[in-house]
Design a protein around this ligand. Structure first.
Ligand code: 5GP
Ligand code: MN
Length: 342
């Protein structure tokens, strides 16, 4: 039996809170990815089928490659609809936080998590939860939060509680967080759950196409430009980075989500184990880090970019100019040369 072992009393506590709550909020992190939206929707469809009253909230808009997901249009967007989201938080009894481990990950919406009278539930696969939560489901061994949603929902209500819409959402979360089952999925159980979701009638080819064959022409050209003109490779440190200025993004009519996945490309160069994407916006340089093997991207991000994440996939921010950020980074590569070459 490969089922994830979850403390029974924790599950009972959650079930009690869910059934007593008059309003439940499901939310995830700023700049939501496939796992964030997939987890929120995956659990939403389960709760809805149980006759529970759940509302979904995202701190900001999600990429269009996720907008086809069933009921994605019901997700309230804090950055566009602040009052409505504040009202929703005002009479919620339970807030379920999916795919993030600290309030600051919802950016400008964090005050709502801080002041809410609702009980806070964490469902997440990032290491070391930072903020207070009343009920914590924190498991780093699962591929994705979506996988954890399957485990929790099926242990609470049985496998039948995962309907087709929930299965599509959960599969999308697992698929996107594992790069289509290519990393963070070395456990047999991840594939067993994928099989159980396929048994619900989902079409893997269609989900793949909806997510990955749905880009704009501008996005493809931005990718080409990034690799041809904005990538710097350091074979001596087994590292590479890509940088994109505000102007670059403007030139290619950047839409939210367009740079998703860019950071992975340098890792496919022979001998490159550490890749960083620097993206400039109005307030800071967003830093996105990926590594292969032992180099801890999350520690690097925590130390230098006020961020965090997983060992092989992390994010953070730099508050100096792009030029300064890149110069600093090249110095950091020298400082970390030994670990990068280990
Ligand atoms: P991405 O590079 O796709 O934005 O994020 C990669 C991973 O790092 C994700 O698991 C994400 O949750 C985490 N992450 C991204 N940005 C931040 C950040 O600013 N702070 C922390 N703690 N984690 C982040
Ligand atoms: Mn995730």
């Amino acid at each position: 039996n490969m089922t994830l072992r979850i403390d029974q009393s924790l599950l009972e506590l959650l079930k009690e809170e869910l059934t007593q709550a008059k309003k439940i909020i499901l939310t995830s992190h700023y700049n939501p990815d496939g796992d964030a939206i997939g987890s929120v929707l995956g659990l939403y469809h389960v709760l809805k089928q149980q006759g529970l009253n759940a509302e979904m909230v995202s701190p900001n808009d999600f990429p269009t490659f996720l907008s086809w997901l069933p009921d994605a249009s019901n997700i309230l967007i804090f950055s566009k609809d602040k009052l409505r989201v504040e009202q929703t938080f005002g009479d919620a009894d339970l807030v379920i936080c999916l795919d993030f481990n600290g309030y600051k990950r919802v950016e400008g919406m964090s005050y709502l998590l801080e002041v809410t009278k609702a009980k806070r539930v964490l469902i997440d696969h990032h290491p070391e939860p930072e903020s207070p939560f009343d009920i914590k489901f924190s498991f780093t061994e699962v591929s994705s939060t979506a996988e954890l949603v399957y485990e929790i929902a099926s242990q609470l209500f049985g496998d039948n509680a995962i309907n087709y819409d929930s299965a599509v959402s959960i599969f999308t979360g697992i698929m996107t967080d594992t790069g289509s089952f290519s990393y963070a999925c070395s456990r047999e159980r991840t594939f067993e759950i994928a099989g159980k979701l396929i048994a619900k009638g989902i079409k893997v080819e269609d989900i793949q196409s909806n997510v990955y064959n749905n880009f704009s022409e501008n996005r493809m050209k931005l990718l080409g430009f990034s690799l041809a003109e904005r990538m710097k490779v350091f074979p001596e440190f087994k590292a590479a980075y890509i940088w994109l200025t505000k102007n670059d993004l403007k030139k290619f009519k950047y839409q939210i989500g367009d740079t998703e996945g860019f950071v992975n490309y340098p890792l496919s160069i022979n001998g490159i184990n550490f890749s960083v994407l620097f993206t400039e916006n109005d307030s800071y340089v967003k830093v996105s880090l990926r590594s292969r093997g032992n180099f801890p991207a999350n520690e690097f991000s925590r130390k230098y970019y006020n961020g965090g994440g997983h060992k092989n996939a992390a994010g953070g921010k730099s508050f100096v100019s792009m030029d300064e950020t890149l110069k600093q980074f090249e110095e950091l590569l020298k400082i970390h040369s030994n670990e990068l070459n280990a």
